[in-house]
Design a protein. Structure first.
Length: 179
C-alpha cells in the first residue's frame, strides 16, 4: 500500500534537496499557508491518487519540455488526468514541435529529478530560461497540488498564491493556454 502521512501545515524538519529548502523558505517569507504530506516515492500520476485523496485536491502534471535543439525550454503545468499531446501544446503556443527534455537538463535547470518537476523550480536562478506555461484548466482550480521539489513530499496551496505571489517573487512570468 502506498504510504501517505498525516497532513502537516509546517515545513519538514529536514530538507532532502536544496530546492525543497528554497521552496519552504519562500513560502515562509511570503506568509503563504499550505498543507503537505510525506509519502513513499511517487513517480506516476497513479501514485498521486492517494495523495489527492488525503489533501482533498487534484495533483497537477508538470512536464519539462524542449525544442529539438534543446535551446528553448518549457515547464508545462496541466491537469493530472489530462493526456499530453505535443502537437496540441505546440499549436496552442505557436511554436515548433516539442518533446520531453533530458533528465540531466531537468536536474541541472530545475533542481529536480523525474517525478518531482514543480513550479517551485522558478525559485532557482538556473530556471531563468525556462518558460512557465499553464493549461487554463489548472488556473480554474482553487487548489494547486504539486511536489515540493522531491518525489516524497507533496503539497496543496491556493492556485492564486502560486500565480500572484510566488511567481512574481521568483521574478517569473507565465503563459496560459488551452489544450
Amino acid at each position: 500500500m502506498f504510504y501517505v502521512s498525516k497532513i502537516f501545515r509546517n515545513s519538514p524538519d529536514r530538507f532532502r534537496t536544496p530546492l525543497q529548502e528554497k521552496t519552504y523558505r519562500a513560502l515562509a517569507e511570503l506568509g503563504l499557508s499550505f498543507e503537505r504530506v510525506d509519502t513513499d516515492e511517487a513517480i506516476t500520476m497513479e501514485d498521486c491518487t492517494a495523495i489527492d485523496e488525503r489533501l482533498d485536491m487534484k495533483m497537477v502534471k508538470t512536464l519539462f519540455l524542449s525544442n529539438r535543439q534543446q535551446t528553448v525550454f518549457y515547464l508545462f503545468i496541466t491537469a493530472g488526468d489530462k493526456p499530453f499531446r505535443s502537437k496540441d501544446f505546440s499549436t496552442a503556443l505557436e511554436v515548433a514541435r516539442v518533446s520531453f527534455a533530458p533528465s540531466e537538463l531537468m536536474e541541472q535547470m530545475l533542481g529536480t529529478k523525474i517525478g518531482a518537476a514543480t513550479v517551485f523550480s522558478a525559485l532557482l536562478e538556473t530556471s531563468r530560461d525556462v518558460q512557465i506555461v499553464f493549461d487554463n484548466d489548472v488556473l480554474k482550480e482553487e487548489w494547486y497540488g504539486c511536489s515540493d521539489g522531491t518525489t516524497t513530499g507533496y503539497m496543496k496551496i491556493k492556485t492564486k498564491d502560486i500565480l500572484h505571489k510566488l511567481l512574481p517573487y521568483a521574478k517569473h512570468t507565465y503563459k496560459a493556454i488551452s489544450v
